[in-house]
Write a protein that binds this ligand. Structure first.
Ligand code: 5AD
Ligand code: SF4
Length: 507
């Protein structure tokens, strides 16, 4: 594990101070601060990185811009998981090229997973020469230094390191008020044959439990009600510390049990922190899931009864080709155990269609496993060839029209399961964590159940709400209700949401 040491962090702090002074001078002269705009592509881990970049920029005296065209600094935080994520970056760079023409003083930075692939760095250098700085997902703590080099030394710095690193204590500007993201580990060791992540994000590095628990305590104290613990495979949390005895770590749950401090122990310690309403986590790799984790989920009501367990394929042959290290039988065993331990458990998954060599019979196995499990929701993907991964060189690449036809059948089946899952809740009452106003109607509120079902609901009588959530004209102030808990009677199911009405206000 390569933690960025205190010396390096204080070096970066010096750059932060110097840029801060430069910004203060700009603000004094112009009456406004320079602004930044960050666009993050891809997963929640990347979103959490984007929040850290924003935190650093805040420290350096920048303010967030409302739109890209108002920004003095644009950061594109890239994703390379599928080809369409790459395409989006190049589309946006084309747009920014035009913006930049009118604003030659604008700084453009590109970072994230794509920057770990040399062909993309070369393409940006060749065709998008206006990009000022480039850094990788493991180098974001160096942003102050790179910006310093750009601003004061007129360089076009390139900060993509070769080492796996991990920085603690970075400032963070959280995007949401009600749900906080907390990365508990970085990188991935699994090398699923289709996946670029282990190449882009390096080997697994687990944060120390005391750092994570301190962050969670701060979040609870700051009023966050839901936290999402993030890792590419949270079930291997701590596996990278060789031989560290539990007693040397912060937690209490695993102490004396003889088992090493693991994700189940961390989750139990997190659940004991007061003030949080809900703790969620993703992603769990089936090969590493433990009975202890499922038991921990069943023991603590604050841990959401929701498991995201990517199945990827229902065919044993394809699972082997994908290097997933489990079979459909083992996957079903996990589901049975989880459902027997956790009442009302919601299950979600990731599924890929069109992996090289996938026959119609393999695909039927996937549909069959979905029928057996009945996922509440699923992220479904068409296989995307990633240069440098083993699957890209495999025989039997599937033609696009076959992939797309199978994808249609897959999503149709999942949509019917998602609808059935929502229908099972009609007539019941559920606790909903409010995320704000619904996107479509001002007086309809939107939130999620503990099972992660999206719920849009009306308030039959606004006097049921505390005065702070009502406007002077008596209507509902959705923004003031973010992060509140309500009891909602569910009356109607759609494929991707439920509708209902407020029964009682909790907190
Ligand atoms: N093509 C399609 N889907 C992919 N995923 C990862 N790599 C690829 C790829 N090359 C999917 C997997 C993973 C999710 C985050 O993205 O299903 O679980
Ligand atoms: Fe990719 Fe597999 Fe790691 Fe997930 S577990 S990030 S799919 S290599």
């Amino acid at each position: 594990m390569l933690s960025v040491d205190a010396g390096e962090m204080s070096r970066q702090q010096n750059y932060i101070t110097q840029i801060g002074l430069y910004q203060a001078e700009y603000q004094r002269r112009n009456g406004v601060s320079r602004k930044y705009w960050i666009h993050t592509y891809g997963c929640q881990l990347n979103e959490n990185d984007g929040e850290k970049i924003a935190g650093l920029l805040d420290e350096m005296g920048f303010n967030p811009a409302v739109e890209s065209r108002d920004a003095d600094l644009i950061v594109l935080n890239t994703c390379s998981i599928r080809e369409n994520a790459n395409d989006k970056l190049y589309g946006n760079l084309g747009m920014i090229k035009n913006l930049r023409r009118d604003r030659p003083d604008m700084i453009v930075a590109v970072c994230g997973c794509m920057m770990k692939q040399e062909e993309h760095v070369a393409k940006i250098r060749r065709s998008y020469g206006f990009v000022d700085l480039i850094f990788g997902p493991q180098d974001l703590h160096r942003l102050p230094e790179l910006l310093y080099q750009r601003i004061f030394q007129n360089q076009k710095p390139y900060g993509v390191g070769r080492e796996d690193s991990m920085a603690e204590g970075l400032p963070i500007h959280r995007a949401r008020k009600f749900r906080a993201l907390c990365s508990i580990m970085y990188g991935c060791n699994n090398f699923c044959t289709y996946c670029i992540v282990p190449y882009a994000r390096g080997r697994e590095r687990s944060r120390r439990p005391e750092d994570i628990l301190a962050e969670l305590r701060q979040l609870a104290a700051a009023g966050y009600r839901e936290v999402m613990l993030l890792g590419q495979n949270v079930n291997s949390y701590g596996h990278d510390w060789t031989g560290t005895p539990v007693e040397d770590q912060a937690g209490a749950d695993a102490k004396g049990s003889g088992r090493p401090y693991d994700f189940a122990a961390l989750l139990a310690d997190a659940a004991r922190i007061g003030g949080l309403y809900r703790i969620r986590f993703m992603t769990s790799h089936p090969k590493d899931i433990s009975s202890e984790l499922l038991k921990t989920m069943s023991r603590y009501p604050v841990i959401e009864p929701h498991l995201h367990l990517p199945m990827q394929s229902g065919s044993n042959h394809i699972l082997e080709q994908m290097n997933r290290h489990y079979t459909r039988e083992r996957y079903l065993d996990i589901i049975r155990e989880a459902r027997s331990l956790i009442p009302d458990l919601a299950l979600s998954t990731d599924i890929i269609v069109g992996f090289p060599g996938e026959t119609e019979a393999d695909f039927q196995d996937t549909l069959d496993l979905m029928e057996q499990v009945q996922f509440d929701s699923a992220f479904t993907f068409q296989y995307s060839k990633r240069a440098g991964t083993p699957a890209a060189a495999m025989a039997g690449q599937i033609p696009a029209d076959v992939v797309s036809e199978r994808f249609g059948r897959l999503t149709a089946l999942q949509n019917s399961h998602s609808l059935a899952s929502n229908q099972r809740w009609v007539g019941r009452s559920a606790e909903v964590l409010i995320e704000g106003r619904s996107g479509t109607a001002d007086q309809i509120l939107s939130g999620r159940t503990a099972q992660n079902h999206l719920v849009n609901f009306s308030v039959p009588d606004p006097s049921m709400l505390p005065a702070s959530c009502r406007r002077p004209d008596g209507s509902i102030d959705g923004a003031a209700m973010e992060g509140s808990l309500a009891q909602v009677r569910l009356t109607l199911a759609k494929s991707f949401s439920l509708e209902g009405y407020l029964e009682a206000w909790h907190a």
